[in-house]
Every structure is written in structure tokens, then in C-alpha cells.
Design a protein around this ligand. Structure first.
Ligand code: HEC
Length: 133
């Protein structure tokens, strides 16, 4: 009888240990989800600029880690452009003076539009709402 109980306890401990040591694989961000977040960040930034308030943008967006929905978006060419855009976006989000931000903001939005015209025209109309008049 004691042996059975000991066996059950040992078994349970092993199961618990196995569960605790099991690490979740890091989940990759999804590219379109990252893009949607950036869109709403920029919409808030635009509103802040219009109201002459301090502009806040999320700092680091690792677009190149983002999981694309189509095989063609894994091409070297597309990934290189995404990388270049990621660098520009990082610089933009680190800017502090409002004048620099304004100029870079226009350039960032222009790039959103340019890439979307070539690779993903669906949300263009929405993205164009980021343009300043
Ligand atoms: C280098 C090219 C490129 C640039 C630059 C780019 N995008 Fe995208 N974006 C894409 C692609 C491609 C997708 C679709 C991703 C997928 O299907 O996996 C996408 C997806 C999106 C989506 C989601 C669409 C949906 O239907 O869910 C939004 C919103 C978006 N982008 C907004 C933006 C904004 C705003 C910017 C500028 C800050 C931007 N994008 C810059 C290529 C780009």
C-alpha cells in the first residue's frame, strides 16, 4: 500500500516538474497586427500635432520579426525594404523636437503609402487619413 502511495506521489511530482520546465516558445509578432498598432499610434500622433501637444509614439517596432501572411512577403527584396522602413521608423520615434517630428512624420506616412501601393493596396484609403493637410 505504502509503495503505491509513494509511486503516485513520485509520479505527480514528475508531472509537475515536467509542466514547470516546459517553456512556451516565443510567439512571433504578426506583421499585419504590428502595422495596425503603428497605424493607431500615428493617428494619435497626428491628432497631437494638430492640437500642438507633445507627440508620443511607441518606440521599437520590429517589423522584420513580424510574421507575414503571404509567402511573397518573405522575399529578400520585400524584407530589405521592410528593414529600411523599420530603421526610419525607429529614428522617427526617437525624435524629440516637434519640427523634426513633423518632417519625419510626413516622410514616414509617404513610405507607408508607397509600399502599400505596391504590396498591399487594401488599407490605402485608411492609411491616407494619416496625411496632414
Ligand atoms: C515595406 C512595405 C510596407 C510599409 C513601409 C508599410 N506597410 Fe503596412 N503592410 C504591408 C504589407 C505587405 C501588409 C500585409 C501584411 C500581411 O498580410 O502579412 C501590411 C499591413 C498593414 C495593415 C493591416 C491591413 C489589414 O488588412 O490588416 C495596416 C493597417 C498597415 N499595413 C498600415 C501601415 C502604416 C500606417 C504604415 C506606415 C507607418 C505601413 N503600413 C507601412 C507593407 C508595408
Amino acid at each position: 500500500m505504502n509503495k503505491i502511495i509513494l509511486f503516485i506521489i513520485t509520479f505527480c511530482l514528475l508531472v509537475i516538474a515536467a509542466c514547470l520546465s516546459h517553456e512556451e516558445p516565443p510567439t512571433e509578432p504578426v506583421l499585419s497586427e504590428q502595422m495596425r498598432q503603428v497605424y493607431s499610434d500615428l493617428l494619435m500622433a497626428k491628432q497631437a500635432m494638430i492640437n500642438d501637444e507633445d507627440v508620443q509614439v511607441r518606440r521599437l517596432v520590429e517589423f522584420t520579426r513580424g510574421l507575414p501572411s503571404r509567402e511573397s512577403l518573405k522575399s529578400d527584396e520585400f524584407q530589405a525594404e521592410l528593414k529600411a522602413f523599420e530603421q526610419m521608423y525607429t529614428e522617427f520615434s526617437a525624435l524629440t523636437t516637434q519640427q523634426d517630428l513633423l518632417e519625419k512624420y510626413q516622410a514616414v506616412v509617404q513610405w507607408c503609402i508607397s509600399c502599400h501601393e505596391r504590396h498591399c493596396p487594401g488599407p490605402l484609403r485608411t492609411i491616407k487619413k494619416l496625411q496632414l493637410d
